[in-house]
Design a binder for this molecule. Structure first.
Ligand code: GLA
Length: 381
């Protein structure tokens, strides 16, 4: 591809991005500082199609810092203080852009158009059957073969603390109907939060479930089994052996899935339990206890070693808690080897396979509606 073509492609994306904002409207006034100064931007790599990828550094007043690329909206690093005030990077990631082009564990990425699994790689909508790519056994995982995590997003620097990314997914892309314009705003707030606001609009009825796939290790190294987790959920969605929800909402009471009061992640993870066996550990969706539609506490994880605490607040009804069971030591980055259970994910979302489960909260998006969700990862010590 020649230079002019690439330039055209990039310009088109930027144009699509600005049109998108026209379509979507804007976020509330969530930028932290009333300033025109921008996040620090540096060129970081090039895709196989020759598209340039930039890395943006967002930093708050106390030095909490996120580095984010406009490929997949990946949070490459996230530095927060430990109990002594020392900053440490608490997300799994790689050192160079090229490492992110290899088959993914989805480190730090934005996931779409449909985060998590769609069973049998198909669903029907308005009487039409849509066939999707199978990229996880018989199922579709995280938006298909080339989901939003593998796309270059157009980037708009909002402030030194906020970055807005837009991706226009074409009608029929990865089998999904409708042109979907998605805009995600990342903000590092002065309350030591990484706030993620999602907006989307479509031109045809479609299904949407956007999430963020950060892999956290609050100690920065070692495994996460001694981290203590609280999940604000009385129920979870049990799965079959393909990790597709059966459709039931099962009480966590008396099971290894009961995190209503904080306990070490590793305390029951090896118990003989059919659900744990299917997930090879925790890889399930919890049905969050909710009282309304606003931001509510979904989970709190504490690392006794570093003293770091992470809270997850969300407007979403579900939380996929995944304990890095598929990490097998083959990936390396930041001087570390990503071994089994060396990181955990808390993916806020609608429930997996909702397009095929009419009893679950709907993931249908109509042209007359706007998709709007917010998730906040809040750090303290
Ligand atoms: C999600 C899934 C897991 C796994 C990871 C990526 O969290 O639920 O089963 O596929 O993504 O490896």
């Amino acid at each position: 591809m020649d230079e002019t073509h690439i330039m055209d492609k990039q310009r088109r994306r930027i144009l699509e991005g600005s049109l998108a904002l026209g379509v979507l409207g804007t976020f509330g006034c969530s930028a932290e500082k009333d300033t025109v100064a921008a996040a620090t931007k540096t060129e970081w790599g090039k895709t196989r199609d020759g598209e340039f990828v930039d890395i943006f550094t967002l930093k708050n007043a106390t030095g909490v810092e996120a580095r984010i690329i406009n490929y997949g909206g990946i949070v490459v690093s996230l530095k927060v203080p430990d109990r002594t005030g020392a900053m440490g990077d608490i997300v799994a990631g790689f050192d160079s852009f090229d490492d992110y082009l290899k088959p993914p564990p989805y480190f730090g990425a934005l996931i779409g158009r449909y985060g998590n699994r769609i069973g049998g790689a198909h669903f029907s909508l308005n009487g039409v059957e849509y066939k999707l790519p199978k990229n996880d056994g018989e199922n579709t995982l995280h938006g298909g073969l080339r989901g939003f995590d593998k796309r270059v997003w157009s980037a708009k620097e909002i402030s030194p603390q906020a970055l807005e990314l837009t991706y226009v997914s074409k009608d029929g892309e990865e089998g999904f109907p409708g042109t979907l314009t998605a805009t995600v705003r990342y903000t590092v707030t002065d309350a030591n939060e990484l706030k993620i606001e999602y907006l989307a609009a479509t031109d045809k009825d479609t299904v949407v479930n956007l999430t963020h796939h950060g892999y956290f290790n609050l100690a920065g190294d070692g495994d996460i089994l001694s981290h203590e987790a609280m999940i604000n959920a009385d129920r979870f969605t049990p799965i079959d052996k393909g990790l597709i929800p059966t459709g039931d909402l099962k009480s966590v009471a008396g099971t290894p899935f009961d995190f209503r009061t904080a306990k070490a992640i590793g305390s029951r993870i090896e118990e003989k339990d059919e659900q744990l066996a299917f997930g090879r550990g925790y890889d399930h969706n919890w049905v969050l206890n909710r009282t309304g539609a606003g931001l509510e506490l979904a989970a709190r994880v504490t690392d006794p070693r570093s003293g770091r605490i992470m809270e997850v607040w969300t407007t979403e009804p579900g939380l996929q808690f995944y304990t890095g069971n598929f990490l097998d030591g083959s990936l390396k980055g930041k001087g570390k080897t990503y071994t089994r259970r060396s990181a955990f994910c808390m993916e806020t979302q609608h429930f997996p396979d909702s397009p095929n489960k009419p009893s679950f909260p709907t993931t249908l998006l109509k042209p007359s509606d706007r998709y709007q969700t917010t998730t906040v990862y809040k750090f303290s010590k």
